[in-house]
Design a protein around this ligand. Structure first.
Ligand code: CTP
Ligand code: ZN
Length: 155
């Protein structure tokens, strides 16, 4: 029997949010879209971690922060498989998959350079559509162009 401790778990947090089950290739993008590089909160970040379901996953733990719906929509667009866990006084108080938005307002840029939202000060607005292959697309409310997920650029 090998009694050596081969794995040390990242510390629990007292209050805040854990974003778990991020596909490893999206971990840094999730950090970026949430602007966590600029945050002064205590943050634990791990990626390339072993996961039974995902092969490799990322996890982000942010102390003293609870995300608004708009931010959760961003996470869902980048990492639909992510689980959001809220912690209060060390206890898990809420846990669930990130919910996918029906519409995406303001947070994403339209990829059509001729779109009014790229010419005037008009906030962007998209409807989330799923094609026959189950791929997510964003349909612009103004120019009616449809963007593939790979083309999504956050504002
Ligand atoms: N967590 C934390 N701080 C706490 C409580 C939980 O950082 N005070 C983290 C755990 O490390 C874990 C996640 O929140 O990554 C979910 O916690 P919990 O539901 O207790 O863990 P598990 O049941 O092991 O989660 P799962 O099976 O979904 O991975
Ligand atoms: Zn447009």
């Amino acid at each position: 029997m090998d009694n050596k401790r081969k794995e040390l778990k990242v510390s629990a947090i007292r209050n805040g949010t854990v974003i778990d089950h991020i596909p490893a290739s999206k971990s840094f993008q999730v950090m970026n879209i949430l602007n966590l590089g600029k945050s002064t909160n205590q943050i634990y970040f791990g990626t390339g971690l072993h996961s039974e379901k995902f092969g490799k996953k990322g996890i982000i733990k942010i102390s003293d922060k609870y995300f608004a719906d708009e931010e959760i929509s961003k996470i869902a667009l980048v990492a639909p498989s992510a689980t959001l866990i809220e912690i209060k006084d060390y206890e898990v108080t809420k846990k669930g998959k990130v919910h996918f938005p029906e519409t995406v307002d303001k947070i994403v840029k339209c990829f059509n350079p001729k779109c009014v939202t790229n010419i005037q000060e008009v906030p962007t607005k998209f409807t989330v559509v799923t094609d026959h292959k189950g791929e997510i697309k964003l349909a612009c409310h103004y120019c009616e162009k449809t963007m593939l997920k790979e083309n999504i650029d956050f504002l």
